[in-house]
Design a protein around this ligand. Sequence first.
Ligand code: SF4
Ligand code: FES
Length: 248
Amino acid sequence: MKFRLRIWRQAGPDAPGRFEEYVVDGISPNQSFLEMLDQLNEQLIAEGKDPVAFESDCREGICGMCGLTINGMPHGPRLRSTTCELRMRHFEDGSTITVEPFRADAFPVIKDLVVDRSAFDRIMAAGGYISVNTGSAPDANAIPIPKHIAEEAMDAAACIGCGACVAACPNASASLFVAAKIAHLSLLPQGHPERERRVLRMVEAMDKEGFGACSNHGECEAACPKGISIVNIARMRAEYRRAMAAAR
Ligand code: SF4
Ligand code: FES
């Protein structure tokens, strides 16, 4: 397969960015999108040019590092897929593919396709944890949890912190990410002692980082590679109201 790539190149956070075009040929349909970029980089290095900076780690859809906007869609056109899970057979042979970093004020570009997502880390540090000393691990099923609650908590816990929800949202809101973390922790008994403090701190941290407000577009859910539901955003709002009432 052969592709024309339009790739965002930006030397540093304050440098002006621009699209540059490259052609890659001899691409296997089974190659992943990142392997195709690896091939491009080998080509660029052989030509004495600066390779394209992009992030990846696990390449198995687990770590959330490989955030790219492909043809206008975070993680590309395939539903419920991270960029590393995307194969070149999902693209038309001979087509032009536009590759950009995730766009959001709260995710400043570091270089080319790499953005700084440490805002997510700071939101987690504000309250996305359980600090209660719970002692050694209890026997399985010592705390009975209804199946539907366990399932909902597991679904929310599937969030890999990739940031596609922010990039897809017209307001660059981080609500789906924050809601997933709050739901995951507050649904289970271990998360209850810090429930109110957690939601107040995390929502405050989210606002401070410069993410926009959620206005229910639903683009986040459509772009999320893990299928996190916007039901969690409603749950976060309910948790927030509950915490505000308790603080009075
Ligand atoms: S909610 Fe989905 S899109 Fe957003 S950070 Fe988590 S996994 Fe990524
Ligand atoms: S590289 Fe880890 S999710 Fe894609």
